[in-house]
Design a protein around this ligand. Structure first.
Ligand code: PLP
Length: 496
């Protein structure tokens, strides 16, 4: 299992490939001043050893293609392989962002239609596809909130606060802070919803917006959403939906119909584009009509009149789709060109393949899956806010504290049973939280074997807690110093 680093395997003079030394060829292509003799600090290894090294490493990793990933709030669903095939079509893979728009009409049509689909799915009036992550969609949303109040003459000092529930994802307060707002927190009530009395205490004419997640991070639908929307709108503020996880809403209801003014989508969660390891992702942001002027630039537009080009060499071609001419009130660009095209293309393929009925089936199956697993686990792992859930639910491992076992120990032990660990210690309002999400693409058998593993770990804690606190025992590396890795990340290999 232990695999040395590729640099440690290096043997001076060993080669994977040898190039003929043809001085004339080099001189013909590379000007003399750029040619150099400095040896590069690269590993020296044979092709055979190189291939074996990376093949072995690839078999040590874990992903959605190897097993179930119950990572709450992250929707790690199966990524259909047809997406990869489509992304490799030469007409998509070989285009350049600076090509004349007349030569990329098909790609622009795809982006235009994706804007339309996301509007239809969310009940919003316009969508900008450009943000490249959920957090960036949030930031774009918060910048729009600023721009909106500014344009209405309620400048900076008046609308300074953004209200965020205590169960929110950490990116929410981070995005609002980055956009220059103060954060006000509202409490969660005993049923796992917004505490309306607490909300009433903080809402006033200084409120710029409220950021809400629905279903919230406990996996529960916010039943008072109509009332909350009214309170926020009556105060002259905007309602923002963190729509990272739409897996339980698709086709059942629409954020726009629930009263939200702004929403961001995580295409790399709900719409099955690959994610993990930090990207690339896509976090489009959608708005109601009053906020369209502020959307990030550029939107894709469609001509209403036919426009045939006359200038050669493009004469005779039709230009139907184009980038909009600047909107003066736009918050500007948040990404180069028009976002992560390859990711947008995969989400488009997903939506086209499923259609409206397929999208609805996602939500139905997600909700059934999550509630089925919740039912299987609840006896061994209590669910503090236990009403029927949407796409995920949160259990607490508090009862194992006398044995010295924490939520993260259970998460680590799950790896020995062949599962990826769930999200732990989030949301912050649940002690020893394990946040478990089951996408629609998981089978009944997988769900049951995961439940069996969890229950077996519960039994182990009673009999032999050290087996759990010392886990994982079967992985190439056991416990790592996570704080050190997060704070002092330096992935360079330094030659000894
Ligand atoms: C994942 C997630 C985000 C952030 O999305 P990124 O693409 O990781 O920036 C925000 N809110 C919720 C609820 C999420 O689950």
């Amino acid at each position: 299992m232990s695999e040395k680093l590729i640099f440690e395997k290096s043997v001076v003079g060993r080669r994977g490939v040898t190039f003929p030394k043809v001085a004339e060829v080099i001189d013909a292509y590379i000007p003399k001043k750029y040619q150099r003799e400095i040896p590069l600090p690269l590993p020296e290894i044979s092709e055979n050893d190189l291939i074996r090294h990376y093949t072995r490493l690839s078999s040590q990793t874990y992903g959605v293609d190897t097993g179930f990933y119950p990572l709450g709030s992250c929707t790690m669903k199966y990524n259909p392989k047809i997406h990869e095939e489509v992304a490799r079509y030469a007409g998509f893979a070989n285009i350049h962002p600076l090509q004349p728009v007349q030569t990329v009409q098909g790609s622009l049509q795809l982006l235009y239609e994706l804007q339309q689909y996301l509007c239809e799915i969310s009940g919003m009036d316009q969508v900008s596809l450009t943000p490249s992550a959920g957090a960036q969609g949030e930031l774009a949303g918060m910048l729009m909130v600023r721009a909106y109040h500014k344009a209405a003459g309620r400048l900076g000092r008046c609308r300074v606060n953004v209200i965020i529930p205590d169960s929110a994802h950490g990116t929410n307060p981070a995005s609002a802070t980055l956009a220059g707002f103060n954060i006000q927190t509202v409490k969660t009530n005993a049923e796992g919803g917004i505490d309306i009395d607490d909300l009433m205490k903080v809402v006033d004419d200084k409120t710029a917006a409220m950021m809400l997640t629905n279903p919230n991070t406990l996996g529960l639908f916010e039943k008072e959403i109509g009332k909350i929307g009214k309170i926020i709108h009556d105060a002259g503020a905007l309602l923002y939906l963190d729509g990272a996880n739409l897996n339980a809403l698709l086709g059942l209801t629409r954020p726009g119909d629930l009263g939200f003014d702004i929403v961001h989508f995580n295409l790399h969660k709900t719409f099955s584009t690959p994610h993990g390891g930090g990207g690339p992702g896509a976090g489009p942001v959608g708005v109601k009509s009053a906020l369209i002027p502020f959307l990030p630039y550029p939107l894709i537009e469609k001509n209403t009149k036919r426009k045939t080009l006359s200038n050669s060499p493009l004469s005779g071609r039709e230009q139907v789709y184009h980038f909009e001419k600047g909107r003066r009130k736009s918050v500007g660009r948040v990404h180069g060109f028009y976002g992560n095209f390859g990711i947008l293309l995969r989400a488009y393929t997903y939506i086209r393949r499923l259609g409206a009925e397929g999208l609805l089936a996602i939500s139905r199956n997600t909700i059934i899956n999550a509630n089925y697993l919740k039912g299987l686990l609840e006896k061994s792992f209590p669910v503090p806010y236990s009403r029927p859930c949407m796409h995920e639910f949160v259990v607490t491992a508090k009862k194992f504290m006398p044995q010295g076992v924490h939520a993260w120990d259970i998460a680590k032990r799950l790896m020995d049973y062949g599962f990826y660990p769930p999200t732990v210690n989030f949301p912050l309002i649940v002690e020893e939280a394990l946040m478990i999400e089951v996408p629609e693409s998981e089978s009944k058998e997988t769900i049951e074997s995961f439940a069996n593993a969890m229950r077996a770990i519960g039994d182990e804690i009673e009999k032999d807690p050290e087996k759990v606190t010392g886990a994982p025992h079967t992985r190439p590396i056991s416990r790592v110093d996570e704080v050190f890795a997060a704070r002092r990340l330096n992935v360079r290999f330094l030659m000894p």
